[in-house]
Design a protein around this ligand. Structure first.
Ligand SMILES: Cc1cc2nc3c(=O)[nH]c(=O)nc-3n(C[C@H](O)[C@H](O)[C@H](O)COP(=O)(O)OP(=O)(O)OC[C@H]3O[C@@H](n4cnc5c(N)ncnc54)[C@H](O)[C@@H]3O)c2cc1C
Length: 404
């Protein structure tokens, strides 16, 4: 198997690299900060990418993308990751919400929203998880009740990333309690400034407030903002979640290479950490996991390069990658000793990025599917093992203990 770029791919990589070198903001972006100057910088970068054809590379020309291939998206993401400019602010909108709008909204709605989202003018959030169900999104209890041409929404969502700075959102709501949980939901898009919406940021251990609780009290949504048929919300949600799982690329996290760089500089008992025997054993373990991950990723990229769709084995990348990222960050902060507690990027080694990674890593192991859920997917869909027991599959929602 030859993993190197084809001549065409190499040419695209060189072009992307040159463009990034000339245009990427010096000093990178700060994905941990969502407001003020950091947000403005992120918007400007997004607009510049869109104008140059590097935002949503696979989107067709009619929607403002360059109509590129998935492999070009992978190549660009790999190169962009070297500049610390991957912007988290727009990824949920562009990776999940807007593709759902593109698949289910009418023509006028698509015309109104796709371009502004691509250029970073509008930010979107995804309102699926609730206190009673995150892994099981089909357990949603937020109710939407029809009233004339509107729906009236009451309930609560939680862990909604970016709701506090989002302009729009997609909402999964329960519209029928008399049928099993997967059959009684409907999807809507909505203006996050609608009367009756209250967004309460959740304070995280990193000091940031990346996600929120969102409360709905008699929020009116016109029926024209429905995405897909009434009762088909689960099918629409699957399209959103498939898009989430397809958003692959270089990633912005620090990796084994960054860790080695640190281990060369930091000393243990007067010698470089890299020479320490106990430490080297751990390094070997992470090296094996990282290489396994790289080859699994290359398998996905090879599938994309051949025009095939990557399978559920993608889940392996997240389970292993998120765990290794957490272990590397923990070890790096320990290795830095008293400097490990300095979080000011201006003075901390490697701009405190390992400290930041240590605090965000637990969330990475939960968001977009927890370790256990992804292991279930690998067991059932990759290894063909018997399915999880799902006792509530055919029970009317109102008869489920959590449905009342
Ligand atoms: C950083 C971050 C950003 C997020 N952003 C968003 C967002 O923008 N929009 C949104 O809607 N949601 C968002 N979420 C929510 C996320 O999707 C959920 O947290 C996740 O799906 C897990 O749901 P939960 O927290 O309710 O945990 P639960 O589903 O209650 O799970 C609790 C524990 O039980 C385990 N478990 C659950 N079911 C099973 C099973 N069948 N088999 C084995 N074990 C199981 C889980 O693995 C976990 O350990 C975000 C979460 C994080 C951490």
């Amino acid at each position: 198997m030859d993993f190197s770029d084809t001549a065409e791919e190499a040419a695209y990589r060189a072009k992307a690299r040159a463009w990034l070198e000339a245009n990427a903001p010096r000093g990178g972006l700060d994905p941990g900060r969502e407001t003020g100057e950091a947000m403005e910088k992120a918007r400007l970068w997004q607009a510049k990418k869109a104008a140059a054809g590097y935002a949503q590379i696979t989107w067709p020309k009619e929607w403002g993308g360059p109509g590129g291939t998935p492999i070009q998206q992978v190549i660009y993401s790999q190169e962009e990751a070297k500049y610390n400019v991957t912007s988290a602010h727009f990824s949920i909108g562009l990776g999940m919400c807007v593709p759902t709008v593109m698949a289910f909204a009418d023509e006028a709605t698509k015309q109104r929203f796709v371009g502004p989202a691509l250029r970073g003018d509008d930010v979107w959030c995804q309102l699926f998880s609730e206190p009673s169900g995150g892994s099981d999104a089909a357990a949603a209890r937020t109710r939407a009740v029809r009233d004339g041409d509107d729906w009236v929404v009451n309930g609560q969502k939680i862990w909604t990333s970016g709701a506090h700075y989002s302009d729009y959102g997609i909402l999964l709501a329960r519209t029928d309690v008399d049928v099993p949980k997967h059959k009684g939901m409907t999807m809507f898009w909505l203006d996050m400034k609608s009367p009756g919406i209250e967004v309460r940021p959740i304070h995280q251990m990193s000091g940031a407030s990346g996600f929120n609780e969102v409360f709905f009290t008699d929020v009116r949504i016109p029926d024209s903002q429905r995405l897909g048929p009434v009762g088909d919300g689960w099918k629409v949600a699957i399209v959103t979640l498939m898009n989430e799982r397809m958003s692959i690329g270089g990633g912005a996290g620090l990796d084994y290479g960054d860790f080695l760089e640190l281990a060369r500089e930091v000393t243990i008992d007067g010698a470089p950490a890299l020479k320490n025997q106990a430490f080297r054993e751990k390094l070997a373990e992470w090296y094996v996991q990282t290489e396994g991950l790289n080859y699994t990723r290359l398998r996905t990229i090879t599938a994309l390069s051949r025009g095939q769709t990557p399978g559920p084995e993608n889940s392996i990348g997240k389970v292993v990658g998120a765990t290794v990222a957490q272990e590397l960050a923990r070890e790096a902060v320990e290795m830095l000793d008293q400097f490990g507690i300095i979080s000011d990027p201006a003075v901390a080694p490697m701009a405190a990025r390992f400290q930041g990674q240590l605090l965000s890593a637990p969330g990475t192991r939960i968001a977009g599917g927890t370790d256990e859920i992804l292991r279930n997917i690998i067991a059932e869909r990759v290894l063909g093992m018997p399915g999880d027991i799902r006792v509530d599959k055919d029970v009317a929602f109102k008869d489920m203990p959590t449905g009342r």
